[in-house]
Write a protein that binds this ligand. Structure first.
Ligand SMILES: [Zn+2]
Length: 328
């Protein structure tokens, strides 16, 4: 509450402008959003439609907003008065269609949205969301999390320490291959007879509706497995090149953007994305990349700022670079 007030006062005093690093002629500010939903989820908080709409109105005053396809023309335009900004969404949640798109349409802006093929194809949730749902249910029903799977043994009360249990579990799983985390998640669903909610991800019809409304569709891989490892080159290459091929067949147009799941990119996965023909390589600015994110004549890496604070003004400060300055 005090934090929200601090950012609100700071915004009205225009203090966020001290952090703004992307003036005309300098780099593009790229944002990464996920869900727009009025119902909160403590483990993966969405922006409410009200916060999203207010944020767009503020950003439109301070930036010129376009998609990745039009950004170079905008940056080069001599008539451009404000810094350039791209709004990019990941994952393909249906609430984008229900709550995000009407606001995007009203504000007449172009955005990018990156789709997980398996979710569009089968309606299945991303494995992280499946685990979030299980953990939330365990907390609500005061059950313990009991995992005995391969080398992982974890027995925890979840209620009252939901975020800590999630952090511990995800810390272990983020370094494991996709097939492992999928099998573990499936084993928990079976063990607890837990049915995941249906209809939360956009299907192909929804995605094509977005495309027709001018949303630039990109790839967010096939399974949302980590591309931070390269132990299984065939898996990584299929996630990258295979997802591009499927999307292009479905959309009947070239796909130029790849969002690396969780922003993690092994140098070989980064190279594989270039080789597959992607132009826009979408990363996350809070992730450390200890290799050269090679730009090229037609290769554009974007370190996107994650946007997900409950207060619109805190998001404005985050986008201006306040949180990044604190991390340094
Ligand atoms: Zn994602």
């Amino acid at each position: 509450m005090i934090k929200a007030l601090f950012f609100k006062m700071g915004y009205h005093l225009r203090l966020h402008r001290f952090f703004k690093s992307s003036g005309p002629g300098s780099a593009v500010t790229a944002l990464c959003l996920h869900r727009i939903n009025p119902v909160n989820d403590i483990l993966f908080p969405p922006l409410t439609p009200g916060v999203f709409a207010a944020l767009i109105r503020i950003l439109k005053k301070e930036y010129e907003i376009t998609g990745f396809e039009g950004i170079h023309e905008l940056v080069a335009s001599p008539s451009r008065k404000k810094p350039a900004l791209v709004l990019s969404f990941d994952d393909g949640y249906k609430d984008f269609l229900e709550y995000g798109l009407p606001i995007i349409r009203k504000e007449k802006i172009t955005v990018n949205h990156n789709i997980v093929i398996n979710c569009a194809e089968t309606g299945q949730l991303i494995w992280t969301q499946r685990l979030n749902n299980i953990l939330s249910w365990l907390a609500a029903t005061q059950k313990t999390l009991d995992i005995d799977f391969a080398d992982i043994s974890m027995h925890k009360k979840v209620e009252g320490q939901l975020l800590a249990v999630k952090a511990e579990l995800f810390r272990i799983l983020f370094s494991r291959p996709y097939t492992f985390v999928d099998a573990l998640t499936t084993s928990l669903e079976k063990k607890y007879s837990f049915s995941q909610p249906a209809g939360e991800m956009m299907n192909w019809e929804d995605i094509i509706t977005c495309q027709k409304e001018g949303v630039e569709i990109g790839s967010h891989t096939i399974c949302h497995g980590s591309l931070g490892h390269y132990d299984d080159a065939a898996f990584v290459n299929n996630e990258i090149a295979g997802s591009k091929k499927i999307l292009e067949e479905k959309l009947k147009q070239p796909v130029h953007s790849l969002a690396f799941p969780n922003g993690w990119a092994h140098p070989a996965a980064y190279e594989a994305a270039i080789k597959a023909g992607y132009k826009n390589l979408l990363l996350i600015d809070s992730v450390k990349y200890d290799f050269d994110l090679k730009p090229g004549p037609c290769i554009y890496p974007y370190k996107r700022i994650l946007v997900g604070h409950p207060s619109v003004y805190e998001n404005v400060f985050n986008i201006a670079g306040f949180h990044k300055a604190l991390r340094r």
